[in-house]
Write a protein that binds this ligand. Structure first.
Ligand code: AMP
Ligand code: GLY
Length: 430
């Protein structure tokens, strides 16, 4: 069948790569796509992923059998609803389901209603009461913009002053409408773990766990980013914690299909967990594949992704059968200098082929494009995702970093410690 993937990041390159491996995949389109998807699929740069009608026209014209929605923005805007109403098979929840990511306040209410453990919190629509609450609670404390902010609307404040600044900046419009409501949360401690599940018809089928590195710099310092590196599986998770996380994902999936939530949830539910001393708690739900989690989870999936996604899109939970390889996968993100703040674009990228010649190495593109001369250039904050598979965690890490050294562009910035803390064991979090 012909398949259309929506999005332009490393996640979408990994999705396209996994779909293209299936013998069932005929013509694969990615809209808008990036410099990497152009090599394995047909990019559709002018198709607006937020425009259901344009998408529907494209689906009809190209006889698309499955639409896979990568990013959250079209999901929150109801693009899945529009396509599904016209009879198209879509991988991605409806707008109601997407509220789990579209509004952090809404998501918290959902967790409370369903007994899902999460950080204590309060919501505010104005600065003064929020500032008073911050002073009363003290630091450390977490300040979050309610709406979508590309992973940058969260400040884990070590001091009351930093929390006050974060509150003011939200209400001053740093995140536009997304910051009109502000959540203030108890600061949880412990390692983080992402557990993604295919969800359809109220049922969850969990994938392999992964651990992202959200902070910009080594040693988990610096501002939060969309994710600077990730690995899978996660050796520091105990089997009791894995069971607890799986139960939470199943509870959440069941609740999506029931009153009062009552969503048409057919896609991925991303559980962002913190493994606290009281057990796993949800930091956030996302309603799509994680970026960069997808880049380490899909290379370890042995099942045919087209079969899985079609079953999800058609509500056939019993037909989802996930098999995983027992390899290790490590992904290091190569970013532009300045990310997650402002950065320059248009730097020529060299060395990807040499990196991919290394055993087990695949490079997924995030922010890349080609210039008029056909050269590959940087076009975003996160530029490339260097993924290595290995028989051991150490082997995968070494290969990933060897590959990172072979790739060059001006301002290349990356964390040198992806997976390092986990390799040292759970005690590294104590
Ligand atoms: P979010 O966008 O809600 O996932 O937050 C981004 C990152 O901020 C998370 O991955 C955590 O590293 C951190 N964070 C968010 N909420 C909390 C919390 N309540 N306690 C500690 N860290 C948090
Ligand atoms: N890696 C974090 C996210 O996808 O939200």
């Amino acid at each position: 069948m012909n398949i259309l993937v929506l999005g332009s990041g490393g996640r979408e390159h990994a999705l396209a790569w996994a779909l293209a491996k299936s013998p069932r995949c005929d013509v694969l389109y990615v809209a808008p796509g990036n410099g990497g998807t152009a090599d394995i699929a047909e990019n559709v740069p002018d198709l607006d992923v937020m425009d259901s009608e344009a998408l529907l026209a494209f689906v009809r014209e190209r006889q698309i059998g499955l639409v896979v929605i990568g990013p959250e923005a079209p999901l929150v805007a109801g693009v899945a609803d529009g396509l599904r109403a016209a009879g198209v098979a879509v991988f991605g929840p409806d707008a109601q389901g997407a509220q789990l990511e579209g509004s952090k306040a809404y998501s918290k209410t959902f967790m409370e209603q369903n007994g899902i453990p999460t950080a204590r919190y309060a919501t505010f629509d104005a600065a003064e009461p929020a500032l008073a609450y911050v002073r009363e609670q003290g630091a450390p404390i977490v300040v979050k913009a309610d709406g979508l902010a590309a992973g940058k609307g969260v400040v884990v404040a070590e001091t009351v002053e930093a929390a006050e600044d974060a509150v003011r900046s939200c209400f001053d419009g740093a995140f536009g409408d997304a910051g009109k409501t502000v959540l203030i949360e108890e600061c949880m401690t412990g390692p983080e773990c992402s557990l993604l599940a295919f969800v359809t018809n109220g049922r969850a089928c969990c994938m392999a766990p992964a651990q992202d590195h959200k902070r910009a710099f080594d040693g988990d310092r610096g501002p939060n980013t969309g994710g600077m590196g990730v690995y899978s599986p996660v050796p520091i998770v105990t089997s009791d914690e894995m069971d607890a996380m799986t139960r939470i994902m199943e509870t959440a999936a069941a609740a999506t299909a029931r009153e009062p939530f009552d969503a048409d949830y057919r896609g991925v539910l991303y559980g962002g967990f913190m493994l606290t001393p009281q057990g796993p708690k949800i930091v956030e739900f996302n309603v799509r594949f994680g970026d960069p989690e997808t880049q380490v989870v899909l290379p370890r999936l042995e099942s045919d992704l087209v079969d899985v996604m079609e079953a999800v899109a058609e509500g056939r939970a019993d037909d989802i059968d996930l098999a995983w390889s027992d390899t290790w996968a490590v992904c290091v993100v190569l970013a532009s200098e300045g990310y997650p703040g402002s950065y320059e674009k248009g730097k020529v990228i060299l060395g990807i082929e040499e990196a991919e010649d290394l055993e087990g190495v695949t490079v997924f593109h995030a922010g890349t494009t080609r210039n008029a001369d056909g050269e590959l250039i940087t076009a975003g904050g996160r530029v490339l995702n260097v993924v290595a598979l290995g028989d051991t965690f150490e082997e995968a890490r070494e290969r990933a970093y060897e590959a990172c050294d072979l790739i060059n562009f001006e301002g290349k910035q990356f964390r040198t410690d992806i997976g390092k803390r986990a390799a040292a064991g759970r005690a590294a979090w104590e």
